[in-house]
Design a protein around this ligand. Structure first.
Ligand code: BEZ
Length: 227
C-alpha cells in the first residue's frame, strides 16, 4: 500500500494537521508560526536508539532555539507512553526534554507525511504494523519543506548535521550563496551560480574564482574574533 496523494517533495507546503502532543493539542501551521520547524519521527518509545536520539535533540535545544527553530517529535505511541518514556530519556541522557512529542497512535500524521516504511519487514511492531521510520522534515516559516531525510531504524541520526543544514539554508536565504561539501558555519561559501561576476564584485568584494563556475567568498555576516 502507498499513500494516494502526491508525495511530499522539497518545496511542498508541509500539510497542516491537528495533533495531541506532550505539550497539549496543536494545529501544526499555528505551531510553525514564524519559526523554522524540525518535525522528526522515531520508530517507537522505549527503544534504545530512539532514547539516545531524543536525548541528543534535548541536549541541542539551545542551538535550535538560537536559530529560531522549534523541534517536534512523533511516533505511533500514545501520550501516556510518551510521558513515561520522557522520564527515561531525561534520566539516561541527563537532560530535561522540553519539546513536544506528537502522539500518533492512529498513524494518521505519519501516513500524511509518508513516515511509514512498507518495504522493510524488520520494521514491524508486535502487531505486525510498520513502525514510523526515522524521518526528518526541515520546514521554513513559509511552511515550505526544505529538507527530507529517512534513516533506517538501526541507525541513529546525526543532529549536528541537521543543524548544519539549517545554517546553510538560513544563510542561503539571506544571501546569494550556496555551501560546499562538509561546510560548517564560518567556513567560506560559494557564490550562487546565478550571480554574475559584476554583481559578485559588489556583493562579495574579493571573491575568488577557482573555476568560472566555482567562486568562493567569506561567509556573509561571519563573526570575526576580537582581541
Ligand atoms: C531503536 O530505537 O533502537 C530501534 C527501534 C526500532 C527498531 C530497531 C531499533
Amino acid at each position: 500500500m502507498s499513500p494516494s496523494r502526491a508525495p511530499l517533495r522539497l518545496g511542498s507546503i508541509a500539510p497542516d494537521f491537528k495533533a495531541q502532543t506532550t505539550k497539549g493539542e496543536i494545529q501544526f501551521h499555528d505551531f510553525i508560526g514564524n519559526s523554522w520547524v524540525i518535525l522528526f519521527s522515531h520508530p517507537a518509545d522505549f527503544t534504545p536508539v530512539c532514547t539516545t536520539e531524543l536525548g541528543e535533540v534535548a541536549r541541542l535545544q539551545d542551538k535550535f532555539t538560537e536559530r529560531n527553530v522549534k523541534v517536534i517529535g512523533l511516533s505511533a505511541n500514545g501520550l501516556e507512553s510518551h510521558e513515561r518514556w520522557i522520564d527515561d530519556i531525561n534520566e539516561v541522557n541527563n537532560v530535561s526534554l522540553n519539546f513536544p512529542i506528537i502522539a500518533d497512535d492512529s498513524r494518521e500524521i505519519s501516513t500524511l507525511y509518508d513516515m511509514l516504511d512498507y518495504q522493510d519487514l524488520t520494521n514491524l511492531d508486535a502487531k505486525g504494523i510498520p513502525f514510523t521510520v526515522r524521518s526528518v522534515f526541515i520546514i521554513d516559516p513559509k511552511k515550505t519543506i526544505r529538507l527530507t531525510l529517512s534513516y533506517p531504524a538501526s541507525t541513529g541520526r546525526n543532529f549536528d548535521e541537521i543543524l548544519r543544514v539549517v545554517d546553510s539554508l538560513q544563510i542561503g536565504d539571506k544571501n546569494r550563496i550556496t555551501t560546499p561539501a562538509n561546510w560548517k558555519n564560518g567556513d567560506d561559501v560559494i557564490v550562487h551560480p546565478s550571480v554574475s561576476n559584476e554583481e559578485a564584485a559588489t556583493l562579495f568584494p574579493g571573491f575568488r574564482t577557482v573555476k568560472p563556475y566555482l567562486r568562493l567568498t567569506t561567509q556573509p555576516g561571519k563573526k570575526t574574533e576580537t582581541a
